[in-house]
Design a binder for this molecule. Structure first.
Ligand SMILES: Cc1cc2nc3c(=O)[nH]c(=O)nc-3n(C[C@H](O)[C@H](O)[C@H](O)COP(=O)(O)O)c2cc1C
Length: 191
């Protein structure tokens, strides 16, 4: 697919079929990620790929995180049970879930720039998925920031979960795109 068309037509796809995605396709998507620009060639990304029954590990970590969050927020038992169950199910929304982690830099600026590089890597993944006929969505949510899930992924201080990329064959049509005109967001400084 031509690049400009891929960029303009990519959309977040939140409904995908459960059909498995071949490993070769997943590897192609990961390969596209590591070509993203990264300052000082820190290559700050780390990927965890969950497929098939492997998603169960992610589901358990999500559910346990939700249980702790409910406890911390003083939710009653019924509310907590609903929350835990919803979080567990989220791991199975797509046949493939890829967690994109940004590693800490040697100082605060490098950590921030590593996160920026990982964001570029995620966009490469979304565009590659789209160009291959797959649907993808970049998700985060409270379960991306809690200490329990951070521990599950073995994160140290300054490491971040940048995205959970949910991937699969689309089970939904296109939506109209909502974007303000770029002219509204642009200040020109002409000579
Ligand atoms: C950092 C980040 C986090 C996001 N987290 C979520 C999320 O948790 N749930 C969700 O439905 N979409 C999430 N999105 C996707 C946005 O909702 C989506 O990109 C936006 O609605 C624009 O739609 P489009 O991607 O189809 O252009 C996230 C996007 C970014 C960049």
């Amino acid at each position: 697919m031509e690049l400009a068309r891929a960029i303009a037509s990519r959309q977040s796809i939140n409904r995908v079929r459960q059909d498995p995605v071949p490993d070769g396709i997943i590897e192609e998507i990961l390969e596209s990620a590591v070509h993203a620009p990264n300052h000082k060639i820190t290559e700050p990304w780390l990927f965890h790929v969950f497929t098939g029954k492997g998603r169960g590990e992610f589901a358990r970590a999500r559910a346990e995180t939700a249980r702790l969050q409910a406890e911390e927020e003083g939710e009653d038992e019924e509310m907590a049970a609903g929350r835990i169950s919803r979080e567990r199910k989220k791991a199975f929304r797509a046949p493939v879930v890829i967690t994109v982690i940004s590693r800490a830099g040697r100082d605060g600026v490098e950590t921030m720039e590593n996160y920026a590089a990982c964001s570029a890597a995620v966009q490469n993944m979304l565009l590659t998925a789209h160009s291959l006929g797959l649907g993808a969505i970049w998700r985060t949510g409270p379960v991306a920031y809690h200490g329990h899930i951070r521990a599950f992924f073995g994160l140290d201080e300054g490491d971040h979960i940048v995205a959970y990329v949910y991937l699969g064959y689309p089970d939904m049509g296109e939506r109209p795109r909502r974007r303000e005109a770029v002219a509204e967001k642009t200040v020109w400084h002409r000579g």
